[in-house]
Each structure stands twice: as structure tokens, then as C-alpha cells.
Design a protein around this ligand. Structure first.
Ligand code: SF4
Ligand code: SF4
Ligand code: SF4
Length: 312
């Protein structure tokens, strides 16, 4: 998808930037991998498809990347993460060339296997919002990652170059309008039971945190010795504390990219928690992270005349 355009653009900008951060085909089927392109002869390795779920923005936080001018191929949610990092002064806009990619969503390989049984890449031909499987064309909607089914912003809100054409619909309206509302239909106790049950499966590998482009603290509260918040033991209570603490740290900052959930080796729908917090922030403060650079994040501002007492 977009391969010719991506490669032609890369040749054009490689003089202007030292590195291009993009995707290459993975070594396993239905996988893509991050790829650092530094030479024009390597641009043929760059690709983009429905399996480019990694949020590459994490690589912009690397010390070596910060010292260079780099270009990045970024899906809409990845660009939202860049906008948050610019506001938080973690990356410099002038050091970045953003090649924004309008996004039709990432396909969940497990959903393909559940539906078709064992699958081979040669069985599929991929289009923008559909695919052909052994001659039969189907919509990608039911096979998308849960986070992509609830996506509200498929087009990059900021870019220097746009790859392809803008997506003309809002994925959540088409694929899963009630995704987060479902959590609301649970009683408080049922919601607790649900999240507690999921967090019991957690092995505290921190892959979710490490994949998140906005979890960049040098020392995570989960591993601090002073103050000592929680142990490394993967017990149900400590796991819950870690996930609740992390989702509170993400409040008003999470860009709903789903990278945390894709990274989880035990299949916990872990993005649900920060994404639900973002939904509450959207409803209560009319704010979405990384969408409008002129809007102040509500949890990073205060008014001395705030009617609530906690501020005084
Ligand atoms: S959340 Fe939206 S922009 Fe991000 S990968 Fe999914 S569909 Fe694309
Ligand atoms: S918490 Fe998850 S969904 Fe939110 S920005 Fe981080 S990786 Fe993306
Ligand atoms: S990636 Fe999954 S198992 Fe690992 S810490 Fe996160 S939720 Fe737990």
C-alpha cells in the first residue's frame, strides 16, 4: 500500500534528513517491522500495510534521533503522539519531517485466523478498506484491531507530506460506534470485576509501557525504589495498581493508538483503560490529546478562581 509514493518521497527527502523512520516487511507473515533508512539504495525496503501497528514515534525519543534531523512515516494516531511530545518539549518540530499517512486501520492477525483457520499471505490481496481472500472480497472492518474500530481520527492532524488521500469516513461510526459505551453499561462492581479479572493475567513484563510513545519517564513509578510504590511481583493487587497508575499518568495524553494492547503477550485489552479515560476527558473537557495544538490540556492547567476547593 502506498509503496511507490513512500519510496519516491524517501529518495526526495533523504538529502534533507539523516534518517527516515518507517516500516519494512517483517520476517514473520502478517507482520511489519520498524526500519531505519539511511541510504537511497535502501528505500526499496520501505513499505506500509495493514500490519504496521508499531507506533514508531517511540524511536524519536532515542538520544541519537534527538540529535539529528529525521523523517518519520506516521499514521494519524502516531502524528497525534508527535504533537503531544512537541507540546511536552520532548521532540523539536524543526528537527522533524512528518510524512503523515491517512489510515484505514490495522488488521488483527488473530481475527483472521479465527475466521479463516490457518492463513497464508499468498491467500490475500489487500486494498485500502477491503481485502480479497481466494477471490472473495470482504470489508476489513470486522478484522481490525479493537482500537482501530473505535478510531475517531484516521487522518493525520499535522504533516509536511501527506501519503495517499485522506480517509473519507470516521472508523468508529462505521465499525464500532458503541465500543466504549459498553463499559458504561456495566455496574461499578461488574466493571471492577472485569478489570480485576483481566489484570490477573498480567505478567508485568511492561511491554505495554515500553511500546507506548508517551510513557517516556526515565524512571517509571512502577520500578522506583524511593518512594517505593509497588513491588515487581505480578500479584492481582499490584498489577491493578500499576495499570490504574499508568492510565492516570496517561490521562489527557493518550492518543488511543493501541500500541500498548498490540504489544501485550497475553492478550489483555489493556488500551481499554486509558482509552476510557480519554473518552471521559473528551466528554467532560471537550479535549482530545494531539488533535489541536492551540488547546490547553485540561489536566495541565488550573485557574486560581476554580470553583472546586481542591485547587486552593
Ligand atoms: S487508531 Fe486510527 S490512526 Fe491509529 S492505526 Fe488505528 S485506524 Fe489508524
Ligand atoms: S496508552 Fe496505549 S493507546 Fe494510549 S498512547 Fe499509550 S500506547 Fe497508545
Ligand atoms: S504487556 Fe500485558 S502482560 Fe505485560 S505488563 Fe502490560 S498488560 Fe501486563
Amino acid at each position: 500500500m502506498y509503496e511507490e509514493e513512500i519510496r519516491a518521497l524517501s529518495v526526495k527527502i533523504l538529502g534533507e534528513v539523516e534518517w527516515i523512520i518507517g516500516y519494512a516487511h517483517g520476517t514473520l507473515p502478517f507482520r511489519a517491522r520498524p526500519f531505519l533508512c539511511q541510504k537511497k539504495e535502501d528505500v526499496t525496503q520501505l513499505t506500509f500495510n495493514h500490519f504496521c501497528g508499531h507506533n514508531l514515534v517511540k524511536y524519536l525519543l532515542d538520544r541519537n534521533a534527538k540529535e539529528r534531523k529525521v523523517a518519520i512515516f506516521a499514521k494519524a494516531c502516531d502524528v497525534r503522539a508527535i504533537m503531544v511530545l512537541i507540546r511536552e518539549r520532548q521532540v523539536k518540530r524543526e528537527n522533524l519531517v512528518i510524512a503523515g499517512i491517512p489510515c484505514y486501520g490495522m488488521v488483527d492477525r488473530k481475527k483472521l485466523e479465527e475466521h479463516f483457520g490457518s492463513v497464508r499471505p499468498s491467500d490475500f490481496e489487500w486494498h485500502l478498506d477491503s481485502f480479497t481472500f481466494r477471490g472473495k472480497t470482504m470489508s476489513i472492518g470486522p478484522f481490525l484491531d479493537a482500537t482501530c474500530q473505535r478510531c475517531l481520527h484516521p487522518n493525520p492532524p499535522l504533516y509536511d507530506y501527506l501519503v495517499g488521500q485522506e480517509v473519507q469516513y470516521i472508523p468508529r461510526e462505521r465499525w464500532n460506534q458503541n465500543a466504549l459505551k459498553k463499559v458504561d453499561t456495566l455496574s461499578r462492581e461488574e466493571r471492577w470485576t472485569f478489570f480485576a479479572g483481566e489484570s490477573k493475567k498480567c505478567i508485568r513484563c511492561y511491554a505495554c509501557r515500553n511500546a507506548c510513545p508517551l510513557c517516556y519517564c526515565k524512571e517509571c513509578f512502577a520500578e522506583m525504589q524511593r518512594p517505593y510504590w509497588l513491588s515487581g511481583a505480578a500479584t492481582p493487587n499490584e498489577n491493578l495498581l500499576f495499570h490504574i497508575g499508568r492510565s492516570l499518568h496517561m490521562a489527557g495524553r493518550c492518543v488511543e493508538c493501541g500500541a500498548c494492547e498490540r504489544a501485550c503477550p497475553v492478550g489483555i485489552p489493556i488500551a481499554l483503560l486509558p482509552c476510557k479515560v480519554e473518552e471521559l476527558i473528551r466528554e467532560n473537557f471537550d479535549f482530545e490529546a494531539g488533535v489541536n495544538p492551540d488547546k490547553e490540556p485540561p489536566l495541565l492547567t488550573y485557574r486560581e478562581n476554580d470553583p472546586n476547593e481542591f485547587i486552593r
